[in-house]
Design a protein around this ligand. Structure first.
Ligand code: ZN
Length: 156
């Protein structure tokens, strides 16, 4: 994982990392050319995700977190790994209506596009599951707000 200073087209170098111990992580990258700083903050779930992927941040791997995620599924690294490519696949949580397919409104998709690529598939899956479990057929920014509140995902 690298950060690129868009203005300079320069790979930013790792400057500082903090793992406060509450599951969150903060990593700072700086551009050697213009001095711009970028901080990456992850909540406990994202830290776990980064950790489970074995992504190296600042030259060292993030220490293994206690909670195991779906490593094998993530290891494939496909952006669409969490997409509903197989609607026929058994899903015990399918709504009584049986539709299963959840639609994303344009502005909800826009918002999803702002999520960093390496967690976007997972975030999308979280919202999709949330909607499906509640029989919500269409995900809007309003649904995303509700899901974040209900699931304690503020900041995602
Ligand atoms: Zn720069």
């Amino acid at each position: 994982m690298k950060f690129l200073c868009v203005g300079c087209d320069e790979v930013m170098s790792f400057a500082e990392r903090q793992l406060p111990g509450d599951g969150t992580m903060a990593a700072v990258f700086t551009c050697a050319k213009c001095g711009r700083e970028v901080a990456m903050l992850t909540n406990p779930m994202e830290t776990q995700l980064v950790s489970s992927l074995g992504i190296r941040v600042g030259g060292r791997e993030v220490p293994e977190q206690p909670l195991e995620l779906v490593r094998s599924e993530l290891a494939a690294g496909r952006a669409d790994a969490f997409d509903d490519v197989a609607p026929a696949a058994p899903d015990v949580r399918a709504t009584p209506g049986g539709a299963g397919r959840v639609e994303w409104s344009d502005d909800a998709q826009q918002r999803l596009a702002n999520v960093p690529g390496f967690v976007r598939g997972m975030v999308k899956r979280i919202y999709t599951d949330y909607a499906r479990e509640r029989g919500i057929a269409r995900i809007t920014p309003d649904v995303m707000d509700r899901a974040r509140r209900d699931l304690g995902l503020e900041g995602m």
